[in-house]
Design a protein around this ligand. Structure first.
Ligand SMILES: [Zn+2]
Length: 249
């Protein structure tokens, strides 16, 4: 009898491990493969399954922010030594995240004395995994924002996402971007982080001139120096896309 139970247990473990491996391969494959088309969105709603299967592309955490699992959002802010996040930019940011998700949103400064160093997109990953304190749990979904200097591979990059919860904003690249009008930095700071949050909600890029998810928002090659030229919020098309994502959860 004991032998049969052990055999059954072994078969279950083998089947479970096999499914996880198959899911993991599926999740890393093409966007329209069988797994990503049929199962990714459903399974990604559970933080534990994201961890086990390895669903860590931007947008995989969209249900944390738009679904009903959490009723609050906490934005954890870390910054490298010598970089001071702008309080007004952070206030604007949390107020817009609140508007778009309908959830109470607060930010907290976690580490502000991380020794400064330059890194590329890959190195920043292991760095964030070590620094992040809050994760989506106990009633609050978590967004992680790291204020860094510059991406050494792409010095004009203003911001990027990391996994399904992280946002990196390159403060030194922003300084270079607004060098002709430094007073606009706080606006671009908030705008860049909100653009990256848009990716975490599952939005891709578009080519509409007045939309936040326009690709040029991420790079400084199309500089706009007038404050009124900064796109501070999602455009009606993007708000419609967010509503669609929310309804599909
Ligand atoms: Zn982008």
């Amino acid at each position: 009898m004991r032998k049969i139970s052990l055999t059954v247990l072994l078969v279950v473990i083998i089947l479970l491990s096999g499914s996880l491996i198959v899911f993991n391969f599926g999740s890393l494959g093409k966007e329209d493969n069988w797994f990503n088309k049929n199962y990714r969105l459903k399974l990604a709603q559970y933080p534990i399954l994201r961890y086990v299967i390895g669903l860590h592309y931007d947008g995989d955490g969209r249900s944390d922010y738009l679904g009903s699992r959490f009723d609050k959002i906490v934005v954890e802010i870390d910054s490298l030594e010598g970089i001071t996040p702008n309080t007004q930019a952070l206030e604007d940011l949390v107020s817009r995240i609140k508007d778009v998700t309908g959830k109470e949103t607060n930010y907290l400064i976690s580490n502000s004395d991380i020794p400064a160093f330059e890194f590329d997109s890959e190195e920043v990953g292991s760095f964030i995994d070590r620094l992040r304190v809050h994760s989506s749990s106990s009633g609050a979904a978590s967004v992680y924002v790291l204020y860094a200097g510059v991406n050494k591979d792409e010095p004009t990059l203003l911001g990027q996402t990391f996994k399904e919860y992280g946002i990196i904003v390159y403060s030194q690249a922003l300084d270079n971007f607004v060098s002709q009008n430094p007073a606009t930095k706080k606006l671009y700071e908030s705008s860049t982080i909100l653009h990256e949050f848009g990716h975490q909600l599952g939005l891709g890029h578009n080519d509409k001139a007045n939309c936040l998810m326009n690709e040029s928002a991420e790079y400084n090659h199309k500089a706009r120096f007038r404050a009124e030229g900064v796109i501070m919020d999602f455009c009606p098309l993007e708000l419609q896309q967010i509503r669609f994502i929310k309804n599909s959860l």
